[in-house]
Ligand binder design. Structure first.
Ligand code: LMR
Length: 399
């Protein structure tokens, strides 16, 4: 039965992280997978999350099934966090949310819904995009095409090229957008650019599928939701894949939601049944634990305020490191102007160095970044930052 199977290649992110774990170099530095780390290199549990978890465990009287669509407090809490009360009221029953196993589960359920609705829909994805978008969406049966986004010559978004590419999309196509903290580049649309993209989607009758994995990691919870909120307030149809992995630090609990907005209650109700059917066929229902924690936390004003304060300090920590890296790289050499690093948002940015240097950093010095030159800003620390600057500068200067 299995004798003809050849091993699959390692995932570019999970595989690299595994290679890092297995590297015996005592000086190794992990800038690969997108996991937050504090100054001591730990990925802490948010205090408010830990308290909510304890309350959940203390109050829980059964492990019987939870509702298939997800914990109601989780669904209303995450919807309110993402869309805000007003929008939830104005679109009302045109909005439905279903809990999913993390952001990947949300993307997959969104993909399955799109396949049910329009098998031949093309999904436009930014070039570059998160390494798992292609395999995850294509294996659900969707056809993906790239739109221009980031210019590796200027290390900036090429917005004119983005609009030109998207102008080739046709009615019924889907456009995958990163809600904030673009992964892998950290280069986000400005609010004015979001407005222009939404104008284009509206004029060409395209449906946005917005991947929101870092709300709160960019400029703030509300600021990071700008694009999503504009899309939901202006467009008839929107799909959103929401993840709690990063902003609640619930990586291993696999907590997320797929949100569908259509132009009528009847369409939304039907769409939700397609999502629930796809979930049932794949894994029946999402795991409850993370949902329970987030639902309880967001319903408790005190815990929610504490979590927001912790999230702010996580963001400030990453911003401090990002600015320090850019400044120190700029002072150490003048071959590349690294201002684009300090201008990036969220957890990631490109380093924009030649590919052979990425390999040299990994093989000679045990510094792991993705082949695309993406680094996890949170992997930097006051201790390792001077080493990274020294190694990168040495390679750029050929010393
Ligand atoms: C990343 O991009 O590194 C994270 O989102 C983790 C993952 O699943 O790839």
């Amino acid at each position: 039965m299995f004798e003809h199977l050849k091993p699959m290649p390692a995932d570019p992110i999970l595989g690299l992280n595994m290679a890092f774990q297995q590297d015996s170099n005592p000086e190794k530095i992990n800038l690969s997978i997108g996991v937050y780390q504090d100054d001591t290199g730990q990925t802490p549990i948010f205090k408010a999350v830990k308290q909510a978890e304890q309350q959940l465990i203390d109050a829980q009287k059964t492990k019987s099934y939870a509702p298939q669509a997800g914990d109601p407090a989780f669904l209303s809490g995450t919807l309110e966090l993402l869309l805000g009360k007003e929008l939830m009221q104005s679109r009302g029953a045109q909005i439905a949310a279903v809990a999913t196993p993390g952001g990947c589960g949300a993307l997959r359920m969104g993909a399955e819904l799109l396949v049910s609705a329009k098998r031949d829909a093309r999904v436009w994805v930014s070039s570059p995009t998160w390494a798992n978008h292609f395999p995850l969406l294509e294996s659900a049966g969707l056809m993906l095409v790239s739109y221009d986004y980031y210019n590796t010559e200027t290390n900036r978004i090429d917005f004119d090229d983005m609009l030109k590419s998207l102008d080739q999309a046709v009615e019924g196509d889907v456009v995958l957008l990163h809600g904030c903290c673009h992964n892998p580049t950290g280069a986000d649309l400005t609010q004015a650019q979001w407005d222009d993209v939404i104008d284009l989607l509206e004029a060409k009758r395209l449906t946005p599928f917005i991947d929101v994995a870092y709300q709160g990691f960019g400029s703030g919870l509300d600021e990071d939701a700008y694009g999503v909120r504009q899309a939901v307030s202006r467009l008839p149809e929107v799909l959103i894949a929401d993840s709690c992995s990063k902003n609640f630090g619930l990586y291993r609990e696999r907590t997320g939601a797929i949100i569908v907005v259509t132009e009528s209650e009847a369409q939304t109700t039907a769409a939700k049944t397609h999502i629930l059917t796809a979930a049932r066929r794949n894994y029946s229902m999402a795991p409850y634990h993370g949902e329970g924690i987030v639902g309880l936390l967001l319903a408790d004003a005190g815990l929610a305020a504490d979590w927001k304060a912790e999230l702010n300090s996580v963001r400030n920590h990453m911003n401090g490191l990002r600015n320090k890296l850019a400044n120190e790289l700029n002072s150490a050499q003048s071959i590349i102007n690294f201002d684009f690093v300090s201008d990036s948002n969220g957890m990631f940015c490109f380093l924009g160095i030649p590919k052979d240097m990425v390999l040299a950093l990994r093989q000679k010095y045990g510094i792991y970044l993705l082949d695309s030159t993406r680094i996890n800003i949170a992997g930097l620390s006051d201790d390792n930052l001077p080493v990274i600057v020294d190694r990168v500068t040495g390679l750029l200067k050929g010393t």
